[in-house]
Design a protein around this ligand. Structure first.
Ligand code: MN
Length: 324
């Protein structure tokens, strides 16, 4: 997934724990619809960063898409583009996506399996609907900010097809990152964090770690979360100090959470950094000599993506949260 907006409207900067809810909250984060690629491309519903809240734990970006019938339209087609300072979490409910990266990985993402790419100092990848594909595409991609100690580390990629699944009354929980109860994901994370899919046939009481802040992202039909209606692609922010949350299905949701991420974050296009200068440096490397820092993606049929023009103003820290 890539942020393909030619002129990313928001200068997205997250700055410390200033406004992290220290108590339970129930705040609906409505998504905005963003086209992924050209005019015929697939629209995605982006709930993070949100106008009012930019992060949940270290989660700093959330796109949900579909279910989309691909018999009448082009599927996903995201040419090679760079990332720094983050992990991408790719998750499908239906369909398939082919990932290729500059480390030489070529990997399908399929429902119930996790593709976890760690950008570190720099990686490039492409994501596309393969030639041979099933008709319906439905999924999400989220980004996790890497902490200072790891953001300049080497890039990596992992595919997890055997995530822990936890039957619960009213549904089933699959643990993508971190732990839920006694079930722990084998996927590597770099901050105290969790992410899980909940497939609901009925109402589920999802256990939560009170030390984390959490949010619930609805992946399909409107869900009722803690009594609030959350439409497909929207998120309900829950704050901290909760031992659990009730989600009423049927449907599917992603529950994300983590310790509030306290490092100031500058996020622009597909790059997560700490300063304006770091963004400029990464953008210049991608435009002038991509191989030196990001490597090369082989096998994608088409040209790489170019970075948008930087805004005139310097990218500066802004609060993680601002009141409505
Ligand atoms: Mn991407």
């Amino acid at each position: 997934m890539s942020n393909l907006e030619r002129e990313p409207a928001e200068r997205t900067v997250c700055d410390g724990p200033v406004a992290t809810a220290a108590a339970p909250a129930a705040e609906v984060l409505e998504p905005r619809e963003v086209p992924l690629g050209g005019p015929r491309a697939m629209p995605v519903r982006r709930s993070l960063p949100n106008r009012y809240r930019r992060m949940v734990g270290a989660w700093c970006f959330a796109d949900a898409y579909g279910p989309t019938d691909l018999t009448a339209r082009e599927g996903m087609r995201v040419p090679p583009h760079p990332h720094i300072g983050l992990q991408t979490v790719s998750w499908l409910v239906r369909g398939e996506i082919l990932h290729r990266d500059s480390l030489g990985n070529e990997q399908y993402v399929r429902p119930g399996e996790l593709n976890l790419m760690t950008a570190g100092r720099g990686i490039a990848h492409s994501e596309e609907t393969p030639q041979e594909h099933t008709p319906i595409l439905h999924g999400a991609q989220l980004w996790v900010a890497l902490p200072d100690a790891h953001r300049d580390g080497p890039p990596g990629f992992a595919h997890h097809a055997d995530l822990p699944r936890l039957p619960v009354p009213g549904g089933e929980v699959t643990v993508l990152l971190g732990r839920v109860g006694d079930a722990e994901s084998p996927a590597r994370a770099y901050t105290p964090i969790m992410g899980a899919e909940v497939a609901l046939t009925d109402a589920v009481r999802m256990p939560l770690d009170p030390a984390y802040e959490h949010a619930v992202l609805a992946l399909d039909a409107p869900l009722t979360v803690d009594g609030a209606t959350v439409t497909s692609g929207a998120m309900l922010y829950l704050g901290r100090d909760r031992a659990g949350v009730r989600i009423d299905g049927p449907g599917r949701a992603l529950v994300i959470g983590g310790e509030p991420f306290e490092e100031p974050l500058v996020m622009w296009w597909n790059l997560v950094a700490r300063t304006h200068e770091e963004i400029v440096e990464a953008r210049t490397a991608w435009e002038d000599d991509p191989g030196s820092r990001f490597g090369e993606v082989h096998g994608y049929n088409g040209a790489r993506l170019h970075a948008p023009t930087l805004p005139n103003a310097e990218l500066k820290a802004r609060p993680r949260y601002r009141p409505h």
